[in-house]
Design a protein around this ligand. Structure first.
Ligand SMILES: Nc1ncnc2c1ncn2[C@@H]1O[C@H](COP(=O)(O)OP(=O)(O)O)[C@@H](O)[C@H]1O
Ligand SMILES: O=C(O)C1=C[C@@H](OP(=O)(O)O)[C@@H](O)[C@H](O)C1
Ligand SMILES: [Mg+2]
Length: 156
């Protein structure tokens, strides 16, 4: 959360002329509810199943799919992602993510949690993120700079 997936995915798509779809937006649109409302009314497992549905339906060429940070928790999701394209991990250290998300109220897993619990969540996921095909550092870098690096990696 906060690594810049939604922001960078949109900017990269604009730059290279790809379509972009965010799984969170797909889920919100399907349910006609915000992510926070879905977590509150239906629970996290229900949301995770919708993420799998999104991955199965969002297939095609010239497409960037930006996901929620927890999508890699399910083996099935990682399998679908690996079979469909290249997986990019946008990297940032924990303190930087906290700074970026300060005051955010749209991410239910961060609400009313102390810093230690959020850090434990971050650390529990690192190993899965590091399995990505492409890893790009985002700290201290502009959106345009990151987009330029990704464009050049994807061309090579
Ligand atoms: N490279 C960056 N440096 C600083 N802030 C960034 C960077 N990329 C994104 N942000 C900011 O971080 C916040 C979270 O970005 P977002 O794209 O929603 O992340 P994600 O989709 O990974 O949760 C937004 O306020 C965004 O403007
Ligand atoms: O990491 C997570 O478990 C989540 C990340 C969020 O998306 P972003 O990574 O775009 O913030 C969103 O899918 C939901 O709040 C759960
Ligand atoms: Mg996002």
């Amino acid at each position: 959360m906060g690594s810049g997936k939604t922001t960078i995915g949109q900017a990269l798509a604009d730059k290279i002329g790809y379509h972009v779809i965010d799984t969170d937006k797909w889920v919100e649109n399907k349910e006609q509810m915000s992510i926070s409302e879905i977590f509150e009314k239906k629970g996290e497992d229900y949301f995770r199943d919708l993420e799998t549905q999104a991955l199965l339906e969002l297939q095609g060429d010239h497409m960037i799919i930006t996901t929620g940070g927890g999508i890699i928790k399910k083996d099935r999701n990682r399998e679908i992602m690996a079979s469909q394209g290249e997986i990019i991990y946008l990297q940032a250290d924990f303190d930087e993510l906290l700074r970026r998300l300060e005051g955010d109220e749209t991410r239910p897993l961060l609400q009313q949690q102390d810093k230690e619990r959020i850090q434990a969540l971050y650390e529990s996921r690192l190993e899965l993120y590091e399995q990505a095909d492409i890893i790009v550092n985002t700290v201290g870098r502009s959106v345009l700079g990151i987009v330029a690096e990704l464009e050049s990696i994807l061309k090579s």
